[in-house]
Every structure is written in C-alpha cells, then in structure tokens.
Ligand binder design. Structure first.
Ligand code: OMP
Length: 308
C-alpha cells in the first residue's frame, strides 16, 4: 500500500490527505434536511447526512488527491449507524482509487491490538470463512503501550501489504506534557521516532517503509529533527489550516526526493464553504468550495517545496 500511496502522490502531484471528519455543524442545512426527511432526526438520519456530505466532497476532489483520512470518532458518536457510514465511506473512497487512512488511533496489550489490527486492516475468521471487516489501507496507532502493542499491527501489515502511521509528536497544544519529556537527555518523541525507524526497517517497501509516523504541522522544528531520525518512514502531518500549519512550515517534513510526507487538512477542506475566502460558492456548492480549497492547499505546499 505504501507503493500505491507514493504512486497516487506522484500522479496527482499532491502530497496531501483530505480528512473526512464530518462534524454535524459542518454539514450544510440542505443535506441534513434531506436526510432527516427520509430517516427523521435519528441516528440513521445523522449517518445518512454524513454519508451524503462525504460522497459529494469525495466526488468533487477525488481526481486531485491521493488519499483520505476518515476520523472514526466523528462516525462512532452516532453508534452503529455512524459506523455503517464510516464503512460506506471507506469502500466508496477505495472504489475511486484513493488510499484510505483509517484514523482510529488504536493500541493496547498484544492480544487486544491483534483484534484491532484484524478488524481494521486484516481478515477475521468466522467458521470456515474469512472477512475483511473495515478494510482500510493504513491505520493510525498509539505507541504508548510499547512494542507488544505495535507488533500485532505490524504482523497484519506484513500479511496484507498495508501500513501504519504511529503517533510520534502530535499537533495539539499539550502534546509536550508527555511527549517532550527528556529521558537521558533526549525527548520522548525522539525515542519513539527512533523506535518507528527500527520497526520500519522490518517492513520496507521499495523506497519507503510501510510503517510511518504522525508528526504535527504545528511543530516544524521537531519535524525537521524527526525527518532525519526516520529517513525511510512516511510522515503523516496533521495540523495544516485549521490548527495553523502553513506550507512554508512544512518543507522540512519532506525528504530531498520531494517524498516522505503527506499533509492532512480536515476542517480546512471539508468546511471550506464556511470560510470567507470560499463564501462565493455558498452552502449549495460546498463540494466545489472543497475542490478550490484542495487546489489552494496543493499550490501552497508545492510552492514552498519549490522555493526551499
Ligand atoms: O492522527 C491524526 O491524524 C492526528 C494527529 C495529530 O497529532 N493531530 C491531529 O489533528 N490529528 C487528526 O487530524 C485531523 C485534524 O483536523 P483539522 O484540524 O480539522 O485539519 C483530526 O482528525 C485529528 O484527529
């Protein structure tokens, strides 16, 4: 899958991911009204609104982008119906040729991690049959439990040719509370980065490993250090746009080959129609506003890369 991600990035010339984080207050009124007319103001109605909203955004942007990142929390809050909308979104994006990064942030003791890995990336056995339950291409994983929480994910990735993005330095304001703590003079995020590089060596694709890392766009100096600590790992960089990250901050997340990083924006793309810059599209044409926001994001990042 890392090869498909790289080839999609090269084809689109767009090292970006559209984050499908469909919060209810981003979904235009007309989409919600239609869904509620059909299913009422129910969990089913909410799930239908999410699905229709995602579908329009994917239809309007899929030729410009290599990958999407549905954030499972936004679906899970609507229970089983929300999870059905998550799965429908995963399948639809894959049918459009997009790489799907399931933002599920899992990680537990070994046996539990194995079940998470099976559910999201692998195949589950039911009697004599096997099923791919959620079937994303990549998953985000939390390394706090250590190697035995990560290894089951790696095993499934090796079997299924899938991949991981392991949290190394997150974009949020309090990420330093634990992640920046010094251990023998080194910050914890750097030790985790070294571990990701080691795990990555075991899981090499052609140029890059299929074990990647998450490093927030909001910490560009740390990104520069971590790029060197994990030279063969792809870095998923969230925090562009709504959290303040800009193209110029991100150049050091990339390797000299122009590869090695993929920048996520969720609200900045899917709720673009609410920004003044894209207001001319109106809520009716929210998908076209998202398309314009994708074009601007790609231009911003590529320009920064050309000028470095
Ligand atoms: O793993 C992630 O994707 C992630 C890690 C991180 O450090 N920071 C971060 O914002 N994210 C996710 O990236 C998305 C960011 O959304 P926006 O701020 O709307 O672009 C959300 O789905 C977050 O859960």
């Amino acid at each position: 899958m890392i090869q498909k991600l790289i080839s999609n990035i090269q084809k689109t010339k767009a090292p970006i991911v559209v984050g499908l984080d469909p919060m209810m207050n981003y979904i235009p009124q007309q989409v919600k009204e239609k869904a509620f007319q059909e299913f009422g103001e129910t969990l089913e109605g909410a799930a239908e609104a999410i699905w229709q909203y995602n579908k329009e955004i994917v239809d309007c942007t899929c030729d410009l982008i290599p990958a999407v990142k549905p954030q499972i929390a936004m679906y899970e809050q609507f229970g089983i119906e929300g999870m059905k909308a998550f799965k429908k979104t995963v399948d639809y994006c894959k049918s459009k040729g997009l790489v799907v990064i399931g933002d599920v942030k899992r990680g537990d003791i070994g046996s539990t991690s194995a079940a998470y890995a099976t559910g999201h990336l692998g195949k589950v056995q039911v009697g004599s049959k096997t099923y791919s339950a959620f079937d994303e291409d990549f998953a985000t994983v939390n390394p706090y439990l250590g190697s035995d929480g990560i290894k089951p994910f790696m095993e499934v990735c090796k079997e299924e040719k899938k991949g991981l993005f392991i949290l190394v330095k997150t974009s949020n304001p309090s990420s330093g509370e634990f992640q920046d703590q010094l251990i023998d003079g080194k910050p914890l995020y750097e030790l985790v980065g070294e571990k990701v590089a080691q795990w990555g060596e075991e899981c090499m694709g052609e140029q890059y490993s299929y074990i990647g890392a998450v490093v927030g766009a909001t910490y560009p100096e740390m990104g520069k250090v971590l790029r060197k600590v994990m030279p063969k790992s792809y870095i998923l960089v969230p925090g562009y746009g709504a959290q303040g990250g800009k193209g110029a901050d991100l150049v050091h997340f990339f390797n000299e080959d122009g590869l090695g990083a993929i920048v996520n924006s969720s609200r900045g793309i899917i709720a673009a129609y609410k920004q003044e810059k894209y207001a001319k599209f109106g809520a009716e044409h929210f998908g076209e506003a998202s398309r314009a926001a994708v074009e601007d994001m790609v231009a911003d990042i590529n320009q920064a890369l050309e000028n470095r």
